[in-house]
Design a protein around this ligand. Structure first.
Ligand SMILES: Cc1cc2nc3c(=O)[nH]c(=O)nc-3n(C[C@H](O)[C@H](O)[C@H](O)COP(=O)(O)OP(=O)(O)OC[C@H]3O[C@@H](n4cnc5c(N)ncnc54)[C@H](O)[C@@H]3O)c2cc1C
Length: 420
């Protein structure tokens, strides 16, 4: 008889582990506390804009090998859409200066040596000065490792690291920043093509996984929150869900893929990151101008990244704790003004009635990517032989990203398979 794999949490880390274990012949049971899969990476119908929106604009890069392999394994890789070459449009809305960063399609970062492709007003030496971050230890701060000022910092390093770390870069972990720089700027354009789930996060990264799991006989249990576990020696013996309990048989495996606060309330004494940062996304129902790039870096305003979707302009603001209590209308207006400048919509549109809008504030979007919090990330293996941890907050070597999350789910499944 097939062994059971119990996956707790249906975010991308749990789903990637579930898919791997279902493919390996396990009878998979997914237990998700809410009534929707996807966790922090999901789509839903929004009444204010009358559109299906994502909880946050998620960008992945062509070098995110775990994301792409996962999407391939659930048959949805083609849903991650991006340009042929790693080109990023930027605008400084204070000066209205616009430029294109063109990393090309190669395996080496040769674009650095081409003035027309690199950030305007920067020289090769500026890029070489970033090299200490590549070798930085996990306890170092970005601000102690590289110079956090100047044109290259303002126009590229700050936006890149802010998006990746979700903290003010100088205070972020240089080790995690180095991992990002190695995966992106150093890996050449072939690793940096921006990919977006244009049809929505759920239809590309979540629903196809649920479909595949169901086809393989997996049971997906929504509204099934794990409350506690019982231990017997070196193993977990029972999963308690409140109204019911599941007995774990020898050979069964458990992947705990829940956020850190839930994990530490289930496994008392588990060390996890305890500080988090918010991300604000705002969505406006407005047809993007025809020539607008799918994605734009915005410098010099409140908005950091502007995305053009069919019928919708959306923005992302990272490290956004300062905005969680700002009145929604005030925030929407300030964001809309930035959008109008970046997308050249004109003053009349900026000051006219707001198009239908929605603001989504994810208060605990990611753990705080500082050396202190990074040191609190546990590994995959636990002191219980049949329980493995997954989630973007486990020790993936990356900040909280879909790539790290899927990597952690894959790793948990691989350890579970090794246990057999
Ligand atoms: C607004 C926003 C923007 C982002 N932008 C990007 C981006 O551009 N690029 C990128 O790579 N990453 C981005 N991220 C990060 C990315 O979304 C996360 O790293 C990833 O989704 C985390 O997945 P996870 O499976 O580790 O955790 P989660 O998605 O948190 O999944 C955990 C699941 O466990 C469930 N759960 C909790 N407790 C229990 C319990 N006791 N029993 C059962 N189930 C339980 C939860 O309901 C949830 O479904 C962004 C995140 C946010 C919030």
């Amino acid at each position: 008889m097939a062994k059971n794999a119990h996956i707790i949490g249906a975010g991308v880390s749990g789903l990637s582990a579930a898919v791997r274990l279902a493919n390996a012949g396990f009878q998979v049971h997914v237990h998700e506390a809410t009534h929707q899969a996807g966790g922090r990476c999901r789509s839903y119908y929004d009444g204010a804009t009358d559109l299906v929106i994502d909880n946050g604009n998620h960008l992945v890069l062509s070098g995110n090998s775990h994301v792409r392999a996962y999407a391939r394994s659930i048959g949805s890789e083609a849903g991650l859409v991006g340009p042929e070459s790693a080109q990023f449009s930027f605008v400084d809305i204070k000066s209205d200066k616009r430029w294109m960063l063109d990393l090309g399609n190669g395996r080496l970062p040769l674009w650095v040596f081409d003035k027309s492709r690199r950030v305007p007003d920067t020289g090769v030496g500026d890029y070489l000065a970033l090299s200490p971050v590549i070798w930085a230890g996990t306890d170092a701060l970005v601000g102690d490792t590289i110079k956090c000022e100047g044109t290259l910092y303002d126009r590229l390093v700050q936006p890149l690291l802010l998006a990746a770390l979700n903290v003010d870069p100088p205070k972020g972990s240089a080790g995690l920043a180095g991992a990002i720089v190695k995966q992106t700027l150093l890996a050449g354009g072939q690793a940096c093509r921006p990919l977006i789930a244009r049809e929505g996060l759920s239809s590309v990264l979540i629903d196809p996984a649920l479909k595949l799991l169901r086809e393989k006989g997996a049971r997906i249990n929504f509204g099934h929150e794990l409350r506690q576990v019982l231990m017997a020696g070196e193993t977990i013996s029972t999963l308690e869900f409140g109204d019911d309990a599941v007995t774990i048989s020898p050979g069964d495996v458990i992947v705990l893929a829940v956020p850190p606060r839930a994990a530490s309330s289930i496994l008392l004494g588990l060390t996890t990151p305890v500080k988090f940062r918010a991300i604000v996304n705002a969505h406006f129902r407005y047809d993007p101008p025809a020539n607008m790039p799918a994605m734009m870096g915005v410098i010099g305003g409140l908005v950091e990244w502007l995305f053009a979707f069919p019928q919708r302009l959306s923005v992302t603001i990272s490290d956004a704790d300062r905005l969680v209590n700002t009145p929604r209308e005030e925030l929407a207006r300030a964001i809309w003004r930035d959008i109008c400048k970046a997308a050249k919509l004109g003053n009349d549109v900026a000051e006219g009635p707001l198009p239908p809008w929605q603001i989504v504030r994810e208060r605990r979007a990611t753990f705080e990517a500082t050396p202190e919090q990074n040191a609190m990330r546990p590994g995959t293996v636990t002191e219980w032989k049949n329980l493995f941890l997954a989630g973007d907050w486990t020790d993936t070597g990356l900040p909280a990203t879909i790539e790290g999350s899927i990597r952690s789910g894959d790793r948990a499944a691989d350890f579970a398979l090794k246990m057999q």
